[in-house]
Design a protein. Sequence first.
Length: 226
Amino acid sequence: MKNILKRAVATAVLAFGLSGTAMAGSSDGKIQIKALATLVAPDGKITSVELDDIGLPAGTQTEADDNFVPTIAAEYFFTPNISLETICCVTQHDVTGTGPVDGAGLVSNANIIPATLTAKYHFGDGSGFKPYVGAGPTYFIFIDEKAGDTAKALGATRQKMNDKIGFALQAGFDLPLNDRGLGLSVDAKRYFVNTTARWYAGDTEVLRTRHRIDPWVISAGLAYRF
């Protein structure tokens, strides 16, 4: 966690320094960038088993582990109250079994890029504490996921998660720390995304399951508006 916070702070300093050389910060500027420390807490439960040639025990269920990652957000204000925001991060998760296969490794090191764009409404007159709500589409891109140790022991040599379109709801607040654009930002998002997981033995598909991802994504960090 300390390393993540150090990276987030370093990114913030660099981003704020570069933007500061272009123009002075302002609490009512059109552009805001944020460097955040983020908790990603997905669900990962199986919603249906569509193919099973490796013999999962009845009642098998799964869960995905949580992760802390640094996040960059960029936001453009069309008016003092309406903006668009996008985020950039990569988060990595394992999927393990629960129930009869408690602790079984099924998916290893699934890297996810949650490409997200939200339209936000900011309450208030533009000064001081400013809460907001937002919503928008997301596209989850899965990269370099692998079969876990238990899945390999059952005969699955590789694993693939389908990229998926979903939806995100958002709420949070920005709090100016000075009149030169520096602020504190706290943000919470709930994503609604399902995906299909496939395991293969060589080129033959041996297991296919549907999963509810639906992560909570909680962030806090520094903002710079100019």
